[in-house]
Design a protein around this ligand. Structure first.
Ligand SMILES: Nc1ncnc2c1ncn2[C@@H]1O[C@H](COP(=O)(O)OP(=O)(O)OP(=O)(O)O)[C@@H](O)[C@H]1O
Ligand SMILES: C=C(C)CCOP(=O)(O)O
Length: 252
């Protein structure tokens, strides 16, 4: 198995989070050409839902599990984020990448909101054959709650733990984790208490920046560092050169 780059494109960069499934086609095209110019192999993409999934998940109160009457929310939330996934996959393919969309609802199972089963063997085979798997935050069946939302950030944690030698990057709409307006170059569990970390400015059922940091600190507990950076730095991240941002799992 080759070394892998796990790259998450935040929902805030692939959609206009304040809109209604407002897919940012121009931004996705720009990212696709950055990736296609550099590598076709060893990369797994994960994207957030942004305005294609969070509003539906909130409307159907999927955060409360499957209570009487909200089962249709599974379909509507999944359909919204799949629409975004298809747009991203098609754009990557147009840019020359052999991209394939994979949907966590089809292949994952959760308990109390956390993935407990998720096949990754086929993802490794895809990578070995130069295919770019494109996964996304999704609604997933849950043994305790009926259904739950698994964020793209939780998928980053799950995949980075299983795919060997992963470099992990999360591209978002801010230049990194901010403290009083300035990017903090590195954070770990010991340093996190001193920083005010909030949710998202828009509808976000998975905790915004707070949820992201929680997942990445858990990853850091396993000795895997990750990088949060501005989407304009995707190329630099892939090149392994300075991309600004915050390294999670390293002391300052
Ligand atoms: N201390 C902080 N530093 C940086 N961003 C912060 C901080 N506290 C809160 N935020 C918010 O977190 C947002 C980024 O988190 P968000 O979950 O929206 O990102 P995303 O990964 O792009 O989206 P998604 O979860 O839909 O994939 C920023 O736009 C900002 O408003
Ligand atoms: C709301 C859904 C469907 C997935 C959420 O994933 P995220 O945008 O990565 O938090």
């Amino acid at each position: 198995m080759t070394d892998t780059v796990v790259l998450k494109l935040g929902g805030s960069v692939v959609t206009d989070k304040s809109g209604d499934c407002a897919i940012d086609h121009a931004r996705i095209t720009a990212i696709a050409s950055e990736i296609a110019a550099r590598r076709a192999d060893g990369i797994v993409l994960i994207h957030g839902a942004g305005s294609c999934g969070h509003p539906e998940a909130r409307r159907y109160r999927l955060g409360e599990g499957l209570t009487l009457g909200n089962t249709p929310g599974i379909y509507h939330t999944h359909a919204a984020v799949c629409r975004l996934n298809t747009a991203i996959v098609e754009t990557l393919r147009t840019a020359g990448l052999e991209a394939l969309g994979l949907h966590p609802l089809d292949m994952g199972l959760a308990e109390n909101g956390r993935l407990v089963a998720f096949e990754t063997g086929h993802i490794e085979e895809m990578i070995n054959h130069g295919i770019v798997p494109v996964l996304h935050g999704d609604v997933v069946m849950d043994r305790n709650r009926g259904a739950c939302i698994v964020s793209g950030d939780q998928l980053v944690l799950y995949l980075a733990r299983r795919l060997k030698n992963s470099r992990v990057g999360l591209a978002t709409d801010v230049p990194g984790v901010l403290k009083e307006g300035a990017v903090i170059p590195a954070i770990d569990r010991a340093g996190i208490g001193a920083i005010a970390i909030g949710g998202s400015g828009n509808t976000d059922v998975t905790g915004g920046m707070q949820g992201k940091i929680a997942e990445l600190l858990t990853l850091a507990d396993d000795g895997i560092e990750s990088n949060i950076f501005h989407v304009s730095k995707v190329g630099a991240f892939l090149d392994g050169v300075d991309h600004g941002g915050t390294i999670v799992g390293r002391s300052r």
